[in-house]
Structures are given as structure tokens and as C-alpha cells.
Design a protein around this ligand. Structure first.
Ligand SMILES: *Cc1c(COP(=O)(O)O)cnc(C)c1O
Length: 218
């Protein structure tokens, strides 16, 4: 067994255990391969990992399309900011977008409705209201979610957050879970290498884990 396969095995066991301990269903694991070469993603695929996360459209476009031939069940998630001029390219490479975060992006997505048929979207919420971070602000989230679902009829299935690095993540995960429940959204994308156990205890359905699988990025 190679190192990536070992790490995947361990993290999967840790996820199962956290879910068991908190009486939750285990979330799906998104292996975040950003900053790592195509060979790393391929090793994970050979170990049976099919969900991947990338934060840049360009990087993902170079790495993943060739892998889809050998691994047709591969599912690719965009977890980084999406510029409106990259929407077409993003929709040709990604299956799920976790970072719908503003009205201008929603309006641009509506224009590409034909490309959205098999796609899923999550709305990113800036639960810590951090100025440098993307995501809709908590006090604007209700209206934005409402508009995406009912006015724009976008295929929004859940919410995503990245809590502030220097705070207890629990209140942020709990806020995201309450928002999702209020709007009848089933997916909660929350939890990374350092805080996935807390996220699972709060009902995460997707955890996004990079470092604990692939090691440190440059
Ligand atoms: C990089 C990244 C991750 C993975 O973080 P790790 O700490 O390496 O597990 C998760 N979510 C987002 C949005 C990221 O950009």
C-alpha cells in the first residue's frame, strides 16, 4: 500500500468513528487535491476514492479530464471562488460547485441553464463575516438562498462554509446547519483536516480534506 492509500484508509475510519460517536450518518469524503500533481489524484482513485475537490478552474481543467476516461465514476467539486468569466469552463470540468456566493454569479449561471442539467450547486456562507473571505453574509443568506431557489430556479442542494481560522468552528457549523434546515437544503459542506470531527457532530454531509490525505501543499 502506498502512503496516500494509507491516509485515505485512516481518514475514512476516523470519519466513521466520528459519525458513530455523534449518532450521525457518515459524510462523503471529498479528497482535496489542489496543489498536488495528477499522480497523487490517480493514486487516490486507484485506492477507491472517487470524489475530488479543487479550488481553481484552470488547475482542475489540466488535471482531471484525462482521468475521467479511466475512472468514469470520478466526481469533481469546485471548492474555490468562481469568476463569472470562467463559468462555462467550470461547468465543463466540475460536477458540483460549492461556491455560489453572489447575485451576479447566480445571474450568470442562469444564462447557462442548459449546462446545469446534471450539476449541483451549494451556496457558500461567510459565517464569520470575514472581510477577506467569500461567501454570502449570514444576515443576507436567507434572501440570497430564497432567490437562488425560487426566482432563479438554480439547482441548489446545500450550503458550504469555511469557519474563521482562529475561532472555535462549532458555532459556525451550527449556524450553517440551522440555515440549511430552514430552507430545506440537504447538503452541508463543512469540515477540513483540522475540524472535520466537529463538523460531523453538527451534521456535515460532505467533508473536504486535503492535507490529511495528500500531505502539505507547497
Ligand atoms: C484547501 C481547502 C480544503 C482542504 O483543507 P485541508 O486543511 O488541507 O484539509 C477544504 N476546503 C477548502 C474550501 C479549501 O480551499
Amino acid at each position: 500500500m502506498n502512503h496516500i492509500a494509507d491516509c485515505l484508509y485512516k481518514i475514512t475510519a476516523d470519519i466513521q468513528l466520528s459519525a458513530q460517536n455523534s449518532g450521525r450518518a457518515p459524510p462523503r469524503l471529498i479528497a482535496v487535491s489542489k496543489g498536488h500533481p495528477i499522480a497523487a489524484a490517480e493514486q487516490a482513485l486507484r485506492a477507491g476514492q472517487y470524489l475530488f475537490g479543487e479550488n481553481r478552474v484552470q488547475e482542475a481543467s489540466q488535471k482531471f479530464p484525462p482521468l475521467r476516461y479511466s475512472f468514469p465514476s470520478l466526481e469533481l467539486h469546485l471548492i474555490g471562488a468562481l469568476q463569472t468569466n470562467k463559468i462555462k469552463q467550470a461547468l465543463s470540468v466540475f460536477d458540483v460547485i460549492h461556491t455560489l456566493d453572489r447575485e451576479s454569479l447566480a445571474l450568470e449561471l442562469v444564462k447557462h441553464r442548459d449546462l446545469l442539467a446534471q450539476k449541483k450547486l451549494l451556496i457558500q456562507v461567510n459565517t464569520g463575516s470575514e472581510p477577506q473571505k467569500s461567501g454570502v453574509l449570514p444576515n443576507e443568506a436567507d434572501i440570497f438562498i430564497e432567490q437562488c431557489l425560487n426566482r432563479h430556479r438554480l439547482p441548489v442542494v446545500g450550503l458550504m462554509t469555511i469557519p474563521p481560522a482562529d475561532q472555535d468552528p462549532a458555532p459556525h457549523f451550527s449556524l450553517l446547519a440551522r440555515l440549511a434546515e430552514k430552507h430545506g437544503l440537504r447538503e452541508l459542506s463543512m469540515g477540513m483536516s483540522a475540524d472535520f470531527e466537529t463538523a460531523i457532530a453538527h451534521g456535515a454531509t460532505y467533508v473536504r480534506i486535503g492535507t490529511a490525505i495528500f500531505g502539505k501543499r507547497d
